[in-house]
Design a protein around this ligand. Structure first.
Ligand SMILES: Cc1cc2nc3c(=O)[nH]c(=O)nc-3n(C[C@H](O)[C@H](O)[C@H](O)COP(=O)(O)OP(=O)(O)OC[C@H]3O[C@@H](n4cnc5c(N)ncnc54)[C@H](O)[C@@H]3O)c2cc1C
Length: 442
């Protein structure tokens, strides 16, 4: 890729996760000088799998034509016959079943059609037959993104502490330059900063003056891995090697293949009213995991028993921010720093990548530092409604899967579930960008 940097302004990115690295690639494609400041001593991701819907893959292709090929090599697919399935939905909870395991819930106008706990009910399928989509290993994805960035762009061990406006404003800066101060005592000056520093974003705190901090969503997740051989032995090949969702009362469980089918990834969700521990990832006991799923059927019981890791992830999300940007100094929020969501629609990272596409193209249109604010304003207007809708509908999605939205009426669940992802997956990103350009030029 080209690394020629021609614009007479430069952008600091705080945070080197999926958002920060993808934005850096996008900005370099637009010849915008960029520097990434990452707090950790090396780039890395916590957790194993991240799913990409068709919108995320299309956004990557628009940012850099090299990205989809790289992604395609990383994606783990299920069976050819199930490639168009996001998830195959089942009821995993046995509380409403008779002693024979047959569900007592109404479905398809007949008394449950003899469906048992764990039987397949319906598929939630993609609508874009041409697009690549699927799950990738987070660390592998980050490695591929890093390969597209010159080493000089990234600075590790740089934890942002505060941001000041530059006080010796030159004519070229047009006012609004930023000075970033890091925990190691160093400071740097740039024309503007984009905060890609995740759900606990310091940049967000600075821009929004501590308002709209992340709140507990009432859900938490156990995440774990099971070697595919063992999973296949336990559940059978079709279940273990494809994407499954088991629904139930105040909980649901997902399984999908990762690492080219060598491993089955498990995410098991449960509910509680409050979260008081300052840590959002805590270790727990096997007994606690088993007690959360004590009333579930044999497949879920087997999966939970086989999970070796015993971490609980508390799931937080952001209340809507009133703005994603400020002008004095120039600050913009992107990705989870702007709109951290619960993971129930598997689309948080996809929204981050869409953000990167729109913001990098807008900044690519800017000719001088004085117009960066216009690009931030256009990005904010174009992206805030869609990304904040993801946060609210994601919470709702968990309620749907956990019999809290339309109860355990399986027909109503199917109707809602099989149509609710359309607005996320089928977005026309070029139209989204055109809208942003119109705002930029107005
Ligand atoms: C359980 C779970 C499952 C998920 N599954 C999916 C899925 O299947 N599909 C999907 O699309 N999304 C999923 N998501 C959401 C997705 O993981 C996030 O939206 C995405 O990773 C956010 O990326 P980010 O780069 O914006 O933030 P982060 O990944 O949080 O990166 C922020 C970076 O900033 C750095 N940083 C933080 N503070 C500072 C500072 N002060 N100074 C400098 N650097 C700093 C951090 O070290 C980190 O590297 C899931 C989320 C969870 C919790």
């Amino acid at each position: 890729m080209t690394t020629t940097t021609t614009k007479p302004f430069d952008i600091a990115i705080v945070g080197g996760g999926i958002s920060g690295l993808t934005l850096a690639i996008g900005l370099l494609q637009q010849n915008v000088p960029v520097t990434v400041y990452e707090a950790a001593s090396k780039f890395g991701e916590i957790g194993a799998g991240v799913g990409f819907g068709p919108n995320a893959v299309r956004a990557l292709a628009l940012i850099s034509p090299e990205l989809p090929q790289k992604l395609d090599r990383l994606i783990t697919y299920g069976w050819e016959s199930q490639r168009m399935n996001w998830f195959r939905a089942r009821v995993g909870d046995a509380r409403k079943a008779g002693p024979d395991g047959v569900l007592r819930q109404e479905w398809k106008g007949q008394k449950n059609e003899g469906k048992k706990v764990g039987d397949p009910l319906f598929d939630v399928g993609y609508t874009d037959a041409d697009g690549v989509k699927g799950g990738v290993h987070r660390a592998h994805l980050l490695d591929e993104l890093l390969k597209l960035l010159p080493a000089s762009v990234s600075h590790l061990g740089k934890r942002l502490v505060s941001i000041d406006p530059a006080d010796d404003e030159s004519e070229s800066s047009s006012g609004g330059d930023v000075v970033l101060h890091f925990a190691d005592g160093t400071s740097v000056r740039h024309s503007a900063v984009v905060g890609c520093d995740g759900i606990k974003s310091r940049t967000r705190d600075i821009l929004l003056k501590g308002e709209a901090k992340a709140v507990f969503s009432g859900k938490y997740a156990y995440r774990g891995l099971i070697p595919m051989d063992k999973a296949t032995e336990m559940l059978g090949a079709e279940i273990a090697q494809n994407c499954q969702m088991y629904m139930g009362h105040h909980g649901h469980l997902l399984t999908y293949p990762i690492e080219k089918g060598r491993t089955m990834n498990v995410v098991a969700f449960s509910s509680c009213d409050t979260w008081s521990n300052p840590d959002w990832v805590v270790s727990t006991s096997k007994e606690k995991m088993l007690s959360d799923f004590a009333h579930w059927g044999p497949d879920v019981a087997a999966i939970i028993s086989a999970m070796e890791k015993r971490d609980i992830w508390a799931l937080f999300d952001h209340p809507p921010a009133p703005t994603y940007f400020g002008l004095a100094p120039r600050i913009c929020l992107l990705g989870d720093a702007a709109h951290a969501s619960t993971p129930h629609q598997g689309a948080g990272a996809g929204m981050c990548i869409e953000d990167c596409y729109v913001l990098s193209r807008l900044l690519g249109e800017v000719q001088g530092a004085g117009d960066i604010g216009k690009a931030f304003r256009a990005y904010d207007a174009a992206r805030r409604p869609r990304t904040q809708k993801l946060v609210s509908t994601s919470r709702e999605a968990a309620m749907l899967y956990e019999f809290e939205l339309v109860g355990d009426d399986l027909e109503a669940i199917e109707e809602n579930f099989t149509t609710r992802m359309k607005w996320i997956w089928d977005v026309d990103l070029q139209e989204e960008l055109e809208r942003a350009f119109t705002i930029l030029r107005s």
